[in-house]
Design a protein around this ligand. Structure first.
Ligand SMILES: [Fe+2]
Length: 486
């Protein structure tokens, strides 16, 4: 509850206190005569709202031994009572009050996800690798992971952004038209097994696949696999909230940075989708997938339906910037999203740690390109077929060592009709039956957003990487020596 494992993560106690402070500051303060529980606590639990007063240094949140956990829980209980009294009063019928109350609830859902990601990181730093809770029984049993299909989307003018009806964060609007060229979106996320093929093909050592900034970072931090992965005695494992478990080759890969996602996409010959392409595809699909209510706190094999939502957040190739005509709301709450619209990248779809009711097609999450401690994964896109496939396909079809200048194959895959949209079958991933599962149960949902973050080189280095076998380590050493190019 009180441990802070790196500057980017916060103790569970701090999350609880911060969300309580949010309700006190932005909602209960509207009640005439209201006094906060302790005037000094605002400094401790204000995250980044400059207009709301002073703030404690983020990297030192783990040093806040007071108030205690019990004091924070008592505070929250009292605030809950005050909120209910407010909502039952005439002020509770004021539209602006109700809008802030809803914002406070949505904000709390964001922190619920952050509590789990921060807790996972904290537990990962303990060599005992304690599980937050045991992995639940698999309700679906083992099944195969289907091959990737490319679902074609015709080029068209599409409406992007939230246009009213239900809650949305300010950064989801204004709704506006964009012109999309034809593209194809992968029918499911990239799996851990497919990502292992990238690793085995020296993906982390080949600069031609990487953005230079990411390549330098990967080598400086020793990245050779997704965060939490480890390679020992010939087996790959990953640390999760359920403890250390084998890497499931059929499950979506997670805990990769934008740089790794982009490098992987280049390796396949495909690319990451833009956020507009993702949203245009998601707009007509229900919000269903694997969310936190599922009980599995790690992405599971997507199965044949492979929903766009849940499992792992999908990195997009879109920078997190304001939509045309966007203006931050006035006052301190205007600092919620707008001031972070630089140097970050948009992610879409939610994860296995997101509350189901927090997601929708227009929802924009955003993180720095080097961040890996969130449940962030990859869904590929590609441009129109031009006579040769750009996707190399399966673990089986990807050679163990692919020369950097090897030409893409020239044979065209078959084109099939799939429910009115044109899809292209590519060879599938033959994952082991024992390691793959059918999709999580489906359930309705609605929306989602963000929270505080910053990134520092020290935390990146500590975030670490999977352990390499000695053969790879020597390759990495050779590769690092080559990094002396000015
Ligand atoms: Fe917050």
């Amino acid at each position: 509850m009180v441990v802070q494992s790196m500057p980017d993560a916060s103790p569970v106690k701090w999350h609880l206190a911060h969300t309580t402070w949010f309700f006190e500051t932005f909602l209960l303060a509207r009640v005439p005569g209201f006094r906060p529980r302790d005037e000094r606590w605002g400094h401790l639990f204000n995250s980044y709202y400059v207009a709301a007063g002073s703030r404690h240094a983020r990297p030192e949140r783990g040093l806040l031994t007071r108030p205690t956990v019990k004091e924070v829980l008592d505070w929250r209980s009292a605030v809950d009572d005050q909120l209910q009294a407010l909502l039952a009063s005439p002020l509770g019928r004021d539209p602006e009050t109700l809008a802030v109350a809803e914002l406070g609830l949505q904000h709390e859902q964001q922190h619920q996800e952050l509590i789990l990601t921060d807790l996972q990181h904290a537990l990962s730093r303990n060599p005992l690798e304690v599980a937050y809770r045991p992995i639940p029984p698999d309700p679906d049993g083992p099944t195969g992971t289907p091959p990737i299909r490319w679902v074609d989307h015709p080029g068209s003018r599409v409406r992007i952004g939230h246009a009213g009806g239900g809650f949305a964060f300010d950064n989801e609007g204004p709704a506006h038209d964009v012109l999309l060229g034809p593209y194809a979106l992968a029918s499911r996320p990239v799996t851990a097994g497919e990502y292992l093929a990238f690793i085995d093909d020296r993906g982390y050592e080949r600069p031609e696949l990487w953005l230079w900034e990411g390549f330098q970072l990967a080598h400086a931090a020793g990245w050779r696999a997704p965060l939490y992965w480890d390679h020992r005695d010939g087996k790959w494992t990953r640390f999760t909230l359920h403890g250390r478990i084998p890497v499931d080759p059929g499950a979506p890969v997670a805990h990769v940075s934008y740089y790794e996602a982009d490098a992987y996409a280049r390796w396949t010959g495909a690319r990451l989708p833009t956020e507009m392409e993702w949203e245009a595809a998601a707009a007509s699909t229900p919000v269903r997938g694997q969310f936190v209510e599922d009980g599995w706190l790690v992405p599971r094999a997507a199965g044949p339906s492979a929903p766009l939502f849940g499992g792992a957040w999908a990195w997009t190739s879109s920078a997190y910037v304001a939509y045309p005509g966007y203006r931050p709301p006035s006052g301190a709450l205007g600092e919620y999203n707008g001031k972070f619209m630089v140097n970050q990248w948009v992610l879409r779809g939610g994860s296995c740690l997101s509350p189901a009711s927090h997601l929708r097609a227009t929802y924009r999450n955003f993180w720095h390109p080097q961040d890996r401690f969130q449940v962030t994964g990859i869904r590929l896109a590609r441009d129109p077929h031009e006579g040769r496939p750009t996707w190399r396909g399966t673990m089986e079809s990807i050679p163990a060592r692919r020369p950097a200048d090897q030409a893409a194959p020239t044979a065209s895959p078959a084109t099939v009709r799939d429910g009115g949209s044109t899809s292209v079958d590519v060879p599938g991933v033959a994952t082991s039956a024992a390691a793959t599962r059918r999709p999580a149960s489906t359930r309705p949902a609605t929306s989602r957003g963000r929270a505080t973050r910053s990134s520092r080189a020290s935390s990146r280095a500590r975030a670490g990487s999977g352990r390499m076998p000695s053969r790879r380590r020597s390759r990495a050493r050779r590769s690092r020596r080559q990094l002396t190019i000015p």
